[in-house]
Write a new protein. Structure first.
Lengths: 375, 375
């Protein structure tokens, strides 16, 4: 990017919202503009965001309101006029936009004579490699996740088993919702917000994105997947454990042990220079060898039906992907390793940790025991 | 839209994500495609989302995975190939995209020979007028909001006042964070998730989007703005109250009474057929008359520095806007009425309710007392 070219980002779509957060330190619920030039960043926010933007934005970011740039009347909130005014104050003549920039606004800019093109490169490739500051923020979020996980598992462990295998807390049937509420409250105590946390038992757990509802049952696998965002820093945590209240049948235990072994093998392979695809293959091969195939059965995809992991940062899913991505791991990547197996009739198992890639391998962001049967 | 044209939406940007939710009943954390044709809707989701998508999607929506459409190998996750396969199965030849569609993917579609243009019309203008079902969902979210508001206010009211005007719960100083945590926990008990809830006192409250932090102080206005999303339905609530622990000085009381009067006057004007601008003007004029001007002072915008309200639904901010929008209210609109005044040194006051426009005027979605001084 030369001196006369700027990259304009509009918040409200992925990944521009978090790219702006990363580049400027600022984020807001309503759409706002950020112009990146070779010399710095320019935020355009509403008057009522200005104070907060000035406080939160990083060095090198200048904050403007439309009024500061001389926009008046109907022009004040016209995005084309705002972008033009930002270009003027920054002294740039040509614009690039990110891949996720809204096509409608792009066409309007073109029509109004703005020289604009789509930047072929990802906006913040450097986000893949976390700074020490970011790792410490991610560690805090992951510690909150582990605390909530332990609370949720202890709650299930404390339940009584009724005659029909229903679980009870006192006289009340234990439900996915009750466990989820406890987890979310624990996250709040750690300044994190949990949304869509998964507590899914039995066949519900065989649908990896089913959040889970209704009574939990003894002897079935229960997947708990917690991925909260820090209200303070915006960074996410991500962890999954699978438990079974009371004894599990031998086939379900075999399923659990296969996933546990796959996660251990995958983690062992994590180090700088390895291709993420290889880590994914390790899990695939181990499952195949242990007699847990991935296939379509009765119109449903069963087995290992998702990737092995993903990057975690200001987005819950970001680069590098740990699947068939061709990406090579680097020191400072923060990734999840989360193999899983899903067979309706038998159950679902997933075990996930978030780790940082180090010189010699990897390091957990937070520890949490892996124990299947809660007896 | 004719039989051979389809509208393609990609989740991940606003407002497409919630438009897909509205049209199909389905939503997911990761990007997915939805094709709307003259005869129905077509969801394209990953294999692991298929079960949930089939359960949650509305009548007339067909659910596919890339594999169902015959995509294999590298083509499986290529969005252009996915869109082409969806067009084939739906029998459409031409595509429209929404205004917020990513420009990068739009250009790739064009390059690959897909006949594609930007739809000039908003995707779901009907979202402005809520159905009875939607109103009942919004009412539930707003009742949760009111319950959390009452809990938060009762907590502040229960605090003791120390010799230096600090507030205490037992021996601990009462902070914004403590009130926010209690509010978020109460929301969880009502199946709602609160994020970025504002509990801001003193000069913090003069920055309308400042969330608030640190110790709260007696005799200062404290703005509490709660806007949770139902985890069950996806619909939002929105409510603001301003309180003062202990007596307020006469000038601060005047400020509060002006905002309360403005909200009452604005609400009185709400009815079908009125232009939203007129409601905004009522607040502006009342503030002017009572000696609370809107202006720039010491580089900061003070007074009534935001709109009077906004629509609430699957998005926290949606149409119709109650500001200088030119929009005419209709029966079934669900809007906030939330005038506010902000003067550093004196304090900030905002009072907000969410109401539904009825044949004869308006009706609160949930009730909650408005009382300033907590003595």
């Amino acid at each position: 990017m030369n001196r006369l070219t700027g990259l304009i980002l509009l918040s409200g779509s992925a990944p521009s919202t978090t790219n702006i957060h990363y580049l400027s330190g600022f984020t807001a619920p309503d759409p706002f503009l950020f112009l990146k030039t070779s010399t710095g960043g320019y935020l355009l926010v509403s008057p009522m965001e200005k104070g907060r933007a000035e406080k939160q934005s990083t060095v090198g970011t200048r904050v403007f309101t439309p009024q500061d740039l001389g926009l008046k009347g109907k022009k004040t909130w016209n995005q084309v006029e705002q972008i033009r005014a930002l270009m003027d104050v920054a002294g740039v003549r040509r614009l690039q936009v990110s891949h996720d920039f809204p096509v409608g606004l792009f066409h309007t800019l073109e029509k109004k004579g703005v020289k604009v093109s789509v930047d072929k490169n990802p906006t913040c490739p450097e986000r893949k490699v976390k700074t020490a500051d970011e790792i410490s923020r991610l560690r805090k979020s992951q510690k909150a996740t582990a605390a909530a996980m332990k609370a949720g598992i202890a709650f299930i462990a404390s339940s009584g088993i009724g005659s029909k295998k229903d679980l009870y807390i006192g006289k009340e049937k234990l439900t996915s919702e009750m466990v989820r509420q406890l987890i979310h409250k624990t996250l709040i105590d750690h300044d994190c917000a949990g949304v869509e946390t998964i507590v899914a038992g039995g066949d519900q757990a065989t649908d990896p994105h089913e959040r889970g509802y209704g009574p939990l049952v003894a002897g079935e696998s229960i997947i708990i997947d917690i991925f909260p965002r820090s209200e303070k820093t915006g960074y996410w945590g991500d962890m999954t454990r699978t438990v079974c209240r009371g004894p599990a049948n031998p086939e379900l235990k075999k399923l659990y042990n296969a996933v546990k072994a796959a996660q251990a093998a995958a983690l062992k392979a994590v180090k700088p220079g390895i291709c993420a695809d290889d880590i994914h293959c390790i899990c695939q091969e181990l499952f195949q060898k242990r007699g847990f195939p991935t296939m379509e059965k009765d119109g449903k995809h069963v087995g290992f039906i998702h990737g092995t992991g993903h990057g975690v940062g200001l987005d819950i899913h970001e680069l590098p992907r740990v699947g068939k991505s061709g990406e090579v791991l680097e020191v400072g990547n923060v990734i999840t390793i989360e193999p899983g197996l899903y067979y309706p009739g038998l159950g679902g198992v997933r075990i996930e940790d978030t780790v940082v890639v180090t010189e010699t391998g990897y390091s957990y962001l937070a520890a949490c025991p892996k124990k299947f049967e809660l007896l």
